[in-house]
Write a protein that binds this ligand. Structure first.
Ligand SMILES: [Zn+2]
Length: 166
């Protein structure tokens, strides 16, 4: 195709806050791509160039502040050096880990047959493991794992599960 208008690109996205999430073609690495005059180009870079009124220099990167690979929004993209772009990605990685733990914990919790009330009662009670097993039907290893925090991590303390266990 010839050079697309900003509107033509916007129409191929779904809007999510400031983000424009590209719904059309991506390259092998999953980056929104578009063929202009027979050349494959990154959509985010094309949009940035249109907003700035001049093409983004080839040596510069165009990361999205939101961290979403499919986002081509000019409200999210910035022009920066490779070094800054790498730092942004590393910072996102550092904050990505608690998210992953939260997702895993919520998934495990959804699969668990025991209520949160029961779990917290088991954690605070003075009963020995065998008594709890008899009363609840839980296996002794599960009771031990709940009490140690390995199972049913307490999400009210963000440091749990991050290696900060006392
Ligand atoms: Zn975005």
């Amino acid at each position: 195709m010839s050079h697309p208008s900003l509107n033509a690109i916007f129409e191929r996205c779904t809007e999510e806050g400031d983000c424009w999430l590209w719904q059309d073609g991506v390259n092998g690495a999953g980056w929104p791509s578009i063929s202009i005059g027979g050349r494959t180009q990154y959509v985010r870079r094309v949009v940035r160039g249109m907003m700035d009124g001049e093409p983004v220099p080839a040596r510069m990167r165009v990361p999205a502040k939101c961290g979403q690979r499919l986002c081509v929004s000019p409200y999210c993209s910035i022009v920066c050096t490779h070094r800054t772009s790498h730092r942004m990605a590393a910072e996102r990685g550092a904050f990505g880990r608690p998210d992953a733990i939260l997702r895993t914990t919520l998934r495990q919790r959804a699969q668990s047959a025991y209520s949160d009330e029961l779990v917290s009662q088991i954690r605070t009670s003075e009963e020995d493991t065998a008594t709890v097993c008899q009363r609840t039907g839980m296996s002794s290893s599960h009771v031990r794992r709940i009490r140690s925090g390995e199972a049913r991590r307490d999400l009210s303390n963000p440091l749990n599960g991050l290696g900060a266990r006392a």
